[in-house]
Design a binder for this molecule. Structure first.
Ligand code: F3S
Length: 283
C-alpha cells in the first residue's frame, strides 16, 4: 500500500508561532499565565499546557474578573475592545495574533476610518471573525454564503471593502465577491485568505483525487480541519476524519492501494507522525 503524506499537513506558521510563545512562558516559570480561549483546537495540546500551569480563559467574563497575570492572545486575534479591557485590568499581554490576521485588522480599521462599509466573508461565530468585526469601526457585515451575499442591501454606490476570514475557501470567496460586485457598490476587494490554508486545501484535494482512502487528522472543533474533510470527501468517498490513530482501528484498508493523509492547522506533528507510521505498519 502506498501512503502519501501531505507536505502541508499540520501547524501553519501562525499556529506554530502561537504555540511556541505559550511554551516559552512555560519555560520562563512565570505564575498566572492564561490563554484567552484554547491556544489551538487540539485537546491534547491544551491538556498538556493545563498540566504545565497554563490556564484557559473561556469567556470575556472570566477575563474581566482577572486583575493580575499574563494573558496570551491566540493566533485568531481579538477585537480592539479586548485589548482595552486587558490594559484597564493591568494585565500583561503576549500577543500571538498571526501577522496575517493582524494585517486584516489593519485593513478593516483603515477602511472604517475612510467611512467604508466592511464586508467579511467568513463564519460569523468564529473568533477570528469576531475579532475582525471588532476592528472595523464603522459598519460591518459578515457574509457566510451565497444567500447572505444576495440579500445584502446597501445604499447604491456605497463605498465597500471586502475581506475574507483567513481560512475561508477561495472558490467560495470568489463566488461571494462576484455576487457583491454585481450590486454596483464602489468595492475594493482584498483577498486575505491565507496561503497556508489555500495550499493545504489544494494539496489535500490533489492527493484525495488519486487516493482510494483519505485520512484527515484534526480536532473535532477545528473549522479548518472540517473544511479539509469536506474538500477531500468530494474527491474521495472513503475519507475519514480522525483525531488520533486510535479512531481508525475499526476501518478496513485491506483493499486499499493508495492512502492519503493530511491534517488541519492545529494538529501537532507527533499526532500526524503516529498516524503516518501506524497506517504503514498496521494496514
Ligand atoms: Fe496565520 Fe494562516 Fe495560520 S492566517 S494562523 S498562517 S492559517
Amino acid at each position: 500500500m502506498e501512503v502519501i503524506l501531505a507536505k502541508t499537513a499540520g501547524f501553519c506558521f501562525g499556529v506554530k508561532r502561537a504555540v511556541d510563545k505559550v511554551y516559552e512562558q512555560v519555560d520562563s516559570g512565570k505564575p498566572d499565565v492564561y490563554t484567552f480561549g484554547p491556544i489551538i483546537h487540539n485537546e491534547e495540546v491544551v491538556r498538556d499546557l493545563e498540566e504545565k500551569g497554563i490556564h484557559v480563559l473561556h469567556t470575556e467574563e472570566e477575563l474581566c474578573r482577572l486583575t493580575q497575570g499574563t494573558v496570551i492572545i491566540r493566533s485568531h486575534g481579538v477585537s480592539r475592545r479586548i485589548y482595552e479591557l486587558m490594559e484597564k485590568n493591568g494585565l500583561e499581554v503576549i500577543d500571538a495574533t498571526c501577522p496575517f490576521v493582524k494585517k486584516i485588522h489593519r485593513i478593516v480599521q483603515e477602511a472604517g476610518n475612510r467611512g467604508d462599509t466592511v464586508i467579511i466573508a467568513g463564519s460569523r461565530a468564529h473568533p477570528e471573525v469576531e475579532g475582525i468585526v471588532g476592528w472595523c469601526g464603522g459598519q460591518a457585515w459578515v457574509v457566510e454564503n451565497r444567500e447572505e451575499a444576495e440579500k445584502l442591501d446597501l445604499e447604491a454606490g456605497a463605498q465597500v471593502t471586502i475581506v475574507a476570514q483567513t481560512t475561508f475557501n477561495y472558490n467560495k470567496f470568489k463566488d461571494l465577491v462576484e455576487i457583491i460586485l454585481k450590486k454596483g457598490y464602489n468595492s475594493s476587494v482584498v483577498n486575505t485568505i491565507c496561503n497556508a490554508t489555500q495550499e493545504r486545501q489544494e494539496e489535500a484535494s490533489r492527493i484525495a483525487a488519486q487516493a482510494d482512502a483519505m485520512i484527515v487528522v484534526g480536532g473535532r472543533h477545528s473549522s479548518n480541519t472540517q473544511k479539509l474533510f469536506e474538500i477531500c470527501k468530494k474527491e474521495c468517498e472513503n475519507t475519514y476524519y480522525i483525531q488520533t490513530f486510535g479512531d481508525l482501528t475499526e476501518h478496513d484498508f485491506q483493499t486499499v492501494r493508495t492512502v492519503g493523509i493530511t491534517a488541519g492547522a492545529s494538529t501537532p506533528k507527533n499526532i500526524i507522525e503516529e498516524v503516518h507510521t501506524n497506517v504503514r505498519i498496521k494496514f
